[in-house]
Design a binder for this molecule. Structure first.
Ligand code: SME
Length: 161
């Protein structure tokens, strides 16, 4: 077991700083992409509050394919450009959606999801996949959540490529 120290009493900046450090410790020196994505999903799911789904889609054969995650069983394949994940992949920009029901083409894997944050994973200019977080709360994700998740993906990207 890894000894993970995450502040649950500090502010959001403390939480993401601790998560980045824990993620570094869990994945440093481990070459297996699936293992690293699995531990990242477990870490985020345990410590980021108010999520109902946290995990990865990988770019395989020109489409997004479900990867390691925590949450309910989800859609397996998503076309580039489809839904929130496919839009993040197509544009290579983070999608922070306050109300998924107002997002054209949103793919409802879990009916409980109300807001979503999807960070594209781009390594050396090449799309590898996306990190997808869903919340049952509308407007759950703010700029700090986005920055915290983008920092984790910047660290993790080369370790899952
Ligand atoms: N809602 C996503 C699909 C993936 S699930 O949320 C796990 C989308 O619109 O791309």
């Amino acid at each position: 077991m890894h000894d993970i120290q995450i502040s649950t009493v500090g502010d959001k900046a403390d939480l993401y700083r601790d998560l980045l450090s824990a993620l570094d410790g869990l994945t440093a020196g481990e070459p297996d992409a699936i293992a690293n994505m699995a531990n990242a999903a477990a870490l985020i799911s345990e410590y980021v509050p108010d999520l109902n789904w946290a995990g990865f889609y990988r770019l395989v054969g020109g489409e997004l394919v479900l990867g390691p995650f925590q949450g309910k069983a989800a859609c397996i394949r998503i076309a580039i450009g489809a839904g929130v994940c496919g839009t993040a992949a197509a544009t290579q920009t983070t999608q922070r959606i306050a109300d998924v029901h107002a997002f054209p083409g949103h793919i409802a894997c879990d009916a409980a999801s109300a807001s979503e944050l999807v960070v594209p994973i781009v390594v050396d200019g090449v799309l590898v996949g996306v990190l997808d977080l869903d919340s049952p709360l509308r407007g759950r994700f703010d700029a700090e959540d986005q920055a915290g998740c983008e920092a984790m993906i910047a660290l993790l990207g080369p370790r899952i490529a």
